[in-house]
Design a protein around this ligand. Structure first.
Ligand code: FEO
Length: 164
């Protein structure tokens, strides 16, 4: 059985993962307005992935016979000054998610909840990947600076993302 503290933290994390998805969907909408369809495709896939993260926690709470409690999702930003600014925000956000996962792992340890600790290891590994892939895009966007050609190429490459 989950302790009240772990249950609350897991429910909060469901909300944060859905909020993450909301942010990425908002970034997708921003890229649509800039006609950067590849960036929009990448963000849509990322939004789906965040939803799957939320569901992973949802299913874990159910399996541990806890109650899932959904809360209101905060409104995301709707505009960025450049594609680089949007991806920089995405990276900052992923770093915040990593911090939260680390705090959850620490809480599970404090509560002597080994099952939750093991469950969270998947998220620890996932965050390494999330930060790495977002950082790579930020570096590329920095590299091309104001080159329209460079942006066109990056947009094309990001549009190949299919998994979410
Ligand atoms: Fe679910 Fe991108 O962290």
């Amino acid at each position: 059985m989950l302790s009240q503290a772990v249950l609350k933290a897991l429910n909060d994390q469901i909300n944060f993962e859905l909020y993450s998805g909301y942010i990425y969907l908002s970034m997708a909408a921003y890229f649509e307005t800039k006609n950067l369809k590849g960036c929009a495709t990448w963000m849509r896939a990322q939004a789906k992935e965040e939803h799957s993260h939320a569901m992973r926690i949802y299913d874990f709470i159910v399996k541990r016979m806890g109650a899932v409690k959904l809360a209101a999702i905060a409104g995301p930003k709707t505009a960025w000054e450049s594609p680089l600014a949007a991806f920089q925000d995405a990276l900052k956000h992923e770093q915040a998610v990593t911090k939260r996962i680390n705090s959850l792992v620490a809480l599970a340890g404090k509560e002597n909840d080994t099952a939750t600790g093991i469950f969270l290891q998947w998220f620890v590994t996932e965050q390494l990947e999330e930060e790495e892939q977002t950082d790579e895009i930020v570096q590329k966007l920095r590299m091309i600076k104001d080159s329209a050609n460079g942006l066109f190429m990056i947009d094309h490459a990001l549009g190949k993302r299919t998994e979410g």
